[in-house]
Design a protein around this ligand. Structure first.
Ligand code: SF4
Ligand code: MSK
Length: 626
């Protein structure tokens, strides 16, 4: 179908284009419209040189005019302001991931105490392995007893005053020693976030380098702390993902079934929605209202969580949240926390769709609030599913327009699943890397952002990397983009270079491995640590790189910071608000290499960005002599 130039420029995904045209036809405003209305965006904001940290301000440094102010009222320079602003982004991102981790720890605690409203411990082997890491006795004890001790120990990580955070001890010895020598081995998760807020208050830390180091420290507490806790304890409670097939894109919505979309981040609620949607009582109710079943689909990372563990199909990634409702076929969009547009209520109001908020931390205009509490999890999930089912009769068939597009995908590549696909050890992967069949590994992750044509950055970077024999691991909205484009199938190996193609065909795996949600980037860290340890080197010596081609969230800033702190070169596709601070920019894109062994690059063109990664991998291979 031919769309206007304006619509075409917004996405490369045919399903998204169809819904964008439909939204225009119905007069429904989307994020792309609001982005265009926002142009030109504030130049001070783009450069990161505005400060509102005290009420003598707001202040902004003017890099544009000779005459404009070069210091804030307190005397803060552009670099000080840029560094402080960046740190506050890291604090918010680390807080979001870590609060998610804390909630999972809370669920484990309740489950161990017998108060979890329907949860059980699904992966006892992982529970015991984690307990061993924490020095918790497992012999002759029930899984609940072990889980209680583990949950308490993990809970304590957040409020610790003195470190270490246990999972940081998974980093290779050299990395750990480096963090310690730099003073960035984090103490407690909450402590590092609080210290950012303190240091960025007016008149505290005014040394850009000292500030950035604290940012790295808090980000490590996220990646190797809060996020890793979220991943590991989710595996204990809900099962460690194994390869599973599914489908992705708006075409997974069903015309003759009740469609429930779970959107947000935490698996606690979505797991229960998936279970409640299979409850015979709910299915009978759906039948009563004339529906042929109850179809659960996902958006963003709560979608990734249930995709990885149950094969629940994702309806789309971040920028498709409004478009999913625009199909007119969604009975309920159930949201928890993070990446949920406050605009959803307005779009839902154009249809019969109920927007259901569930977290006491996250309420939305136009939403029905059905508060979720873990103690009554299944009961509340049933209430939510019932609300959706009862809403089916209000669907207006004339309004329904579900795009046909959907692609098959194979997901569920936890580290454990990758090791198992390799026959029980990492050796075949290491051999393939050493022989050059696989040149290196890239972690490509992150959001969508209307500053970049939807999915363009993701898909072109992925294709370019696999073509050049770089194995890709993916999470978050990049993973959903890859699923929609058919890149998560073993057959996609045909698009890879000869070396990678051979390895994928021999193992029956896709060239792009879906490792989970945003917090599951911690799985990539664990994999990198295992590879570095196997080779007896630091992570910064490995032929690996990271990329976030369409990132937008503060969580992504924290992720980028902990990935670089872990020694991994990272390419960003959208420009972070730091360019107004020349010293900070130079530190992040150059100086950091001499400090943590890795740096950032910014490259919006995914082909050029992929080439930066390929070049970096070649340099690392040469240094390793492979
Ligand atoms: Fe202005 Fe300094 Fe206050 Fe920021 S902290 S608003 S730069 S006076
Ligand atoms: S959901 S943080 S838009 S990846 Fe994790 Fe997607 Fe980015 Fe949210």
């Amino acid at each position: 179908m031919a769309y206007s130039e304006k619509i075409q420029s917004r996405s490369i995904d045919p399903a998204a284009l169809e819904m964008l045209a439909r939204a225009e036809e119905l007069g429904i405003e989307t994020a792309w419209d609001r982005y265009e209305a926002m142009l030109p965006q504030c130049g001070f904001g783009e450069l990161g040189v505005c400060c509102r940290n005290c009420n003598m301000g707001p202040c902004r440094i003017s890099p544009f005019e000779e005459e404009g102010p070069k210091k804030g009222i307190c005397g803060a320079t552009a670099d000080i302001i840029v560094a402080r602003n960046l740190l506050r982004m890291i604090a918010a991102g680390a807080a979001a991931h870590s609060d998610h981790g804390r909630d999972i720890a809370h669920t484990l605690l309740l489950t161990a105490e017998g108060k979890g409203g329907g949860y059980e411990i699904k992966d006892e082997a992982k529970l015991k392995a984690l307990a061993a890491e924490y020095g918790i006795e497992t012999e002759g004890r029930s899984k609940e007893e072990i889980a209680l001790d583990l949950a308490r120990a993990v809970y304590a990580e957040f409020g610790k005053q003195e470190g270490p955070i246990q999972f940081t001890r998974r980093a290779p010895q050299k990395r750990l020693a480096l963090w310690q020598s730099l003073g960035i081995d984090p103490r407690g998760i909450d402590r590092e976030i609080v210290e950012i807020m303190h240091r960025t208050h007016i008149g505290v830390d005014n040394d850009p380098v000292n500030l950035i180091l604290q940012g790295l420290k808090a980000s490590i507490a996220d990646g190797w702390g809060g996020s890793m806790i979220a991943t590991e304890l989710s595996d204990v409670l809900f099962g460690t993902p194994k390869p599973i097939k599914s489908e992705a894109n708006l075409g997974v919505l069903k015309e003759d079934q009740v469609n429930i979309i779970v959107h947000g981040h935490e698996p606690t609620l979505s797991e229960m929605i998936v279970a409640a949607a299979q409850d015979p009582e709910m299915l009978a109710l759906a039948e009563k209202y004339g529906a042929k079943g109850i179809n659960v689909a996902g958006i963003c990372c709560t979608g990734n969580e249930v995709l990885m563990r149950h094969g629940i199909p994702p309806a789309g990634n971040f920028l498709q949240q409004e478009l999913a409702i625009t199909t007119g076929a969604v009975e309920a969009m159930v949201v928890d926390v993070q990446c949920v547009f406050p605009a959803l209520g307005t779009v839902a109001g154009c249809f019969h769709t109920k927007l259901i908020s569930t977290s006491p931390k996250a309420k939305f205009p136009g939403a029905t609030h059905i508060e979720f509490h873990e103690e009554r999890a299944y009961e509340i999930a049933k209430e939510i599913v019932r609300t959706a089912v009862e809403n089916y009769r209000f669907r207006k068939p004339g309004q329904v327009r579900i795009p046909k597009e959907k692609s098959e995908c194979m997901v569920g590549f936890s580290v454990e699943a990758i090791v198992s696909a390799l026959g029980g050890t990492l050796d075949p992967l290491l051999e393939a890397v050493k022989s050059g069949a696989i040149k290196g590994i890239a972690g490509v992750v992150g959001c969508n952002n209307p500053k970049i044509q939807h999915d363009y950055g993701h898909i072109h970077m992925l294709k370019e990397l696999i073509k050049q024999d770089v194995l890709v691991v993916t999470t978050g909205c990049n993973a959903i983009a890859a699923a929609k484009a058919g890149l998560l199938l073993p057959e996609a190996a045909d698009l890879a270079g000869e070396g990678l193609k051979g390895v994928c065909k021999a193992l029956g795996i896709p060239p792009v491995l879906h490792m989970g949600s945003c917090v599951d980037i911690s799985r990539i860290l664990v994999a990198c640590a295992a590879i570095a340890n196997a080779l007896g080197v630091d992570i910064s010596d490995l032929p690996v790189a990271g990329a976030a081609p369409e990132w937008m969230s503060e969580k992504a800033v924290s992720i980028g910071a902990y990935v670089v702190s872990s020694g991994i070169f990272t390419v960003l596709g959208t420009v972070p608000p730091v360019l107004g601070g020349p010293e900070v920019t130079k530190l992040l894109t150059d100086g950091a290499e001499g400090v943590v062994g890795a740096k950032f690059a910014v490259e919006p063109d995914p082909f050029k960005a992929a080439q930066l990664i390929v070049n970096h991998i070649a340099e690392k291979r040469a240094a390793l002599g492979i």
